[in-house]
Design a binder for this molecule. Structure first.
Ligand SMILES: C[S@@+](CC[C@H](N)C(=O)[O-])C[C@H]1O[C@@H](n2cnc3c(N)ncnc32)[C@H](O)[C@@H]1O
Length: 276
């Protein structure tokens, strides 16, 4: 069966917002096609499963129309040719798994990512922001255990492990994301140090030195009790997937944890929080 395309039609003014929404919902590539009447079609692939389609559709605004089309078999692959390595923070480089990249001794920590059916390559602004915050926290030497909530490709947990944390735990509601994380951990030689499954965040026990969650704001608010519970008393929480100027409600839900640093990029924010 050929891939099916998920097509969203929005006014030109909403194109960027809608594309961001699709990225956050976990797609790997978005192609914009002008319709010539002031609207834009955003073409992407979300997989053939009805549940995956419904999950992405549920993140769209009410007025945005969407439909399913038979995809031409070529284009879902063409984005792979244009994917480039991404330099993040002081030490990390995220590289598409199929990309030639020479790793010289003493060079940066190179994380290879094959997105499979999971969220992005690791090059979305929210992923880059979270990776940079994670690298900063790990470099302080106080983060021996890391929890990655909503792991997608596993890029955050895998990077944590490659930066030297003892154990990285990763969870995602999506079985495809778990599969992707396990495969990427193997690809990067850190299978032994990264545990990943679909355990709901409410059922996770224990505490972690660092908890990272790059998930859209409504999901962060919904799981805020657990996001407050899971960082150790000396620990940190990094949340991203929130808009730079509009995440006050997320911080309110996470109180009494206090934001100690906010980083922004491309209209998105990553907030690092600590217990009072
Ligand atoms: C924006 S992606 C982030 C992926 C990856 N951590 C990154 O930074 O590139 C969000 C991920 O969160 C997952 N997710 C959404 N709601 C969730 C929930 N309630 N519990 C666990 N994972 C969830 C999605 O399946 C998706 O893989």
């Amino acid at each position: 069966m050929g891939a099916r395309s998920f097509v969203v039609t929005v006014a030109v003014d909403n194109a960027e917002l809608a594309a961001d929404r699709l990225w956050q919902a976990g797609v790997r590539a978005v192609e914009e096609r002008a319709t010539g009447d002031g609207r834009v079609e955003l073409w992407t692939v979300v997989g053939d499963a009805d549940a995956a389609i419904a999950a992405v559709a549920s993140t769209l605004d009410d007025g945005w129309r969407w439909r399913i089309e038979d995809a031409d078999d070529e284009w879902p692959q063409t984005w792979r040719e244009h994917a480039l390595p991404m330099v993040v923070g002081e030490r990390l480089t995220v590289v598409p798994a199929w990309h030639e990249h020479d790793v010289a001794a003493g060079e940066r920590v190179v994380v290879r990512i094959e997105p499979g059916a999971a969220f992005g390559l690791g090059d979305h602004p929210t992923t880059a922001l979270t990776l940079a915050a994670l690298e900063r926290e790990v470099s302080l030497g106080t983060a021996a255990t890391v929890l990655d909530v909503g792991c997608g490709t596993g890029v955050l947990a895998i990077a944590a492990s490659m930066l030297g944390v003892d154990r990285a735990r990763a969870v995602d509601v999506s079985a495809a994301a778990v599969e992707s994380t396990i495969a990427n951990a193997r690809l990067n030689g850190v299978s032994e140090a990264v545990d990943c499954d679909t355990t709901p965040v409410s059922e996770l026990a224990g505490v972690y030195d660092l908890v990272v969650a790059n998930i859209l704001a409504p999901a962060l608010v919904a799981m805020s009790d657990d996001l407050r519970r899971l960082p150790a008393s000396h620990g940190r929480l990094v949340v991203s997937g929130v808009l730079a100027g509009a995440h006050h409600h997320v911080l309110e839900a996470l109180a009494p944890m206090q934001p100690i640093r906010t980083d922004t990029s491309g209209g998105w924010a990553a907030v690092t929080l600590a217990h009072r």
